[in-house]
Structures are given as structure tokens and as C-alpha cells.
Design a protein around this ligand. Structure first.
Ligand code: CU
Length: 337
């Protein structure tokens, strides 16, 4: 009996030390970024319980093993065999029933946490998310707004209706914890209830091609007042954008062009659009061509036709846009001087 008491105490001490050690190493709690959504709270709760269970199970295995090896090791000059056992029914029942309850408890906690992260609020705001190589686009159908920044009001559930234009992408804001793949074809629902005002980033968590690493956009959790102000501002912009230039600009956001092209002279995956119209484009074969309507139209419909020096023509996908849409984009490009 004495051995059991000693081992029992050692297991408890070891379990606590393991947990404290894991925590100090950042595994238990500090490993996570801040909790910025309601969903992250139940996920972190489950995580923490699992780290505690792991610490205890580790102690439960390692302590009796080490204790037996030290305390019951063979004495000097004792050549006898160990005692022979023919099974122990009590022990077998105990080590079947206890793990059974442990697994059931974990299953319950897992389902509970999953249920919490999927809890549906009927008043959730609907926002459409489009993922494509290599940009995110956010549409607020209620207001006719399209944006490449995702603004969310704090303490209000939003349901993101997500779709992919090409390959598999994955929506991931680490501070929100929950992550959701976006597969071409079906619309995928994803619910978040932000609880902390701040600036975050969504990044694509599914390797989706050459510029996958740049597929990140700003996610801003606003106070209710700031959110309303942003919506009003964006609606005003959307109204002003009824012009061809405005429509063209919107198209470059909607189609993800600005994921590869800057409008301020910065070099990204593709050439900048600043001063593009009317300039001489230097091609990889050493010739130059004037960037007029015909050249730009060709560049959009068939990017491989002419290769701009210093860029790979294979990175830009060919687009099927109507004549009017292309005219609008060109009208917008003309404004970028
Ligand atoms: Cu992606």
C-alpha cells in the first residue's frame, strides 16, 4: 500500500510540473494569439483541458514506470526469476472502464466545443467572400459594397458565404481560431462573432499557387459606430463609382487584379499600372510596344501573347471579360498617371 501512496503523490506532482512546464514553454496558453472571437473562447477552453489531460496521462505512465525500475530493480546476487502472473480480472476491468469514461468525456467536450463554434445567430450579417489566386474580395450584398478589406462590427455574428473562383483556398484569421477551406463549386458557410476591436489579417491557409504567400488581406473589427461610418463611406464611393472609371476600378478589385498589380508604382507579381497607359512596354524579346487599348485588351484576354520584360507571363491567368468591362478597366487605367 505504501508504494501506491508514494506513486500517487508522485503522479500528481509530476502532472502539475508537466502542465506548468508546458505552459512556461508556451504550449498551453501563450502559444495562441489573442482571443478575438467568441468561437476562439471555446476552442481555447478545449485546448487547455486537453493539455491538462495530456500532462496527467504522461505522469500516469512515466512515474510508475520509473518508480518500478528504480525501487524494484534486481538486488545484487539475486539470480531468481520474477513472479509469474496469469492475468488479473480486476485490473483489466479498471483499465478498460477508466479509459472508456476518459474517451467519452473528451468526446463530449469536443462536441460541445464544436457546437459552440457553430452556434447560429439568426440575425447574423451576411457577407460574401470570394477567394481566387491570389486575392480575397468581400461583398456586402445588403449595401452593394465590394471591398478588399473585411470590416466587421464587434459583438455581432457574421456569416461568410465563401466561394472560390479557381482552386482550393482556406480562410484563416488566427485570432478567430476557426479555419475553413473554400472548395471550387459549393458555397461554404463560416460564422464568426468578433469580440475584440482591432486590426487582423486573413491569410490563405491552403497552398494555392505561386503567390499563395501574398494572399493576405486586412480584417478590421470595428466598433458599431465605426462600422456604420465605414459602410456609409463605402456606399457613397459605390454610388460615385457609377462612371466607367469607377466601374473599371471595381472590376479590378472584383477580379483580384490588384493582388498582382499596384497602382502606385510598386513592383508586385505583375507590372505596376501607374503610368501604364500610353507608355512603352518593354517586352522580353527586346522589342517595345505602345500600351494602347489593343495591347491592354490583349494583355487581359491572352496574357501569354506578349511577355513583359522581367515578369513571367504564366502567372497571370487569362480573363474572359466583356468588351464593356474591358473598356471600363482601360478607362480606369487611363486615370493612373
Ligand atoms: Cu489561396
Amino acid at each position: 500500500m505504501g508504494h501506491f501512496i508514494i506513486v500517487g503523490i508522485l503522479v500528481v506532482v509530476m502532472a502539475i510540473l508537466t502542465y506548468v512546464g508546458l505552459d512556461a514553454a508556451g504550449v498551453a496558453t501563450q502559444m495562441h494569439p489573442i482571443e478575438a472571437s467568441l468561437q476562439s473562447v471555446s476552442i481555447d477552453w478545449l485546448w487547455n483541458w486537453e493539455i491538462m489531460a495530456i500532462s496527467f496521462l504522461f505522469a500516469l505512465i512515466v512515474v510508475p514506470m520509473a518508480y518500478s525500475m528504480i525501487v524494484f530493480r534486481r538486488k545484487k546476487g539475486d539470480p531468481s526469476e520474477g513472479e509469474h502472473f496469469e492475468g488479473n480480472t480486476t485490473l483489466e476491468i479498471v483499465w478498460t472502464v477508466i479509459p472508456l469514461f476518459a474517451v467519452l468525456a473528451l468526446a463530449y467536450m469536443g462536441s460541445y466545443s464544436l457546437g459552440e463554434t457553430r452556434r447560429v445567430d439568426p440575425n447574423a450579417i451576411v457577407i460574401k467572400v470570394k477567394a481566387q489566386q491570389f486575392a480575397w474580395t468581400f461583398e456586402y450584398p445588403e449595401y452593394g459594397i465590394v471591398s478588399n478589406e473585411l470590416h466587421l462590427p464587434v459583438d455581432q455574428q457574421v456569416v461568410l458565404k465563401m466561394e472560390s473562383a479557381d482552386v482550393i483556398h482556406s480562410f484563416w484569421v488566427p485570432e478567430f481560431r476557426v479555419k475553413q477551406d473554400i472548395v471550387p463549386g459549393p458555397l461554404t458557410d463560416y460564422r464568426i462573432t468578433p469580440i475584440l476591436v482591432g486590426d487582423y489579417k486573413v491569410r490563405c491557409a491552403e497552398l494555392c499557387g505561386a503567390s499563395h504567400a501574398y494572399m493576405e488581406n486586412n480584417v478590421i473589427v470595428d466598433t458599431k459606430a465605426d462600422y456604420d461610418a465605414w459602410i456609409a463611406e463605402q456606399r457613397a464611393i459605390a454610388l460615385a463609382n457609377q462612371t466607367p472609371e469607377g466601374q473599371g476600378k471595381l472590376l479590378t478589385v472584383k477580379n483580384g487584379c490588384i493582388g498582382c498589380h499596384s497602382v502606385d508604382g510598386a513592383k508586385m507579381t505583375g507590372p505596376t499600372w501607374l503610368g501604364l497607359f500610353g507608355s512603352n512596354a518593354e517586352l522580353a524579346d527586346g522589342t517595345t510596344v505602345v500600351s494602347d487599348e489593343a495591347y491592354i485588351t490583349e494583355s487581359i484576354l491572352d496574357p501569354k501573347a506578349k511577355e513583359v520584360a522581367g515578369f513571367s507571363p504564366t502567372t497571370m491567368p487569362p480573363y474572359t471579360l466583356s468588351e464593356v468591362e474591358i473598356a471600363n478597366i482601360i478607362a480606369y487605367l487611363k486615370t493612373l498617371k
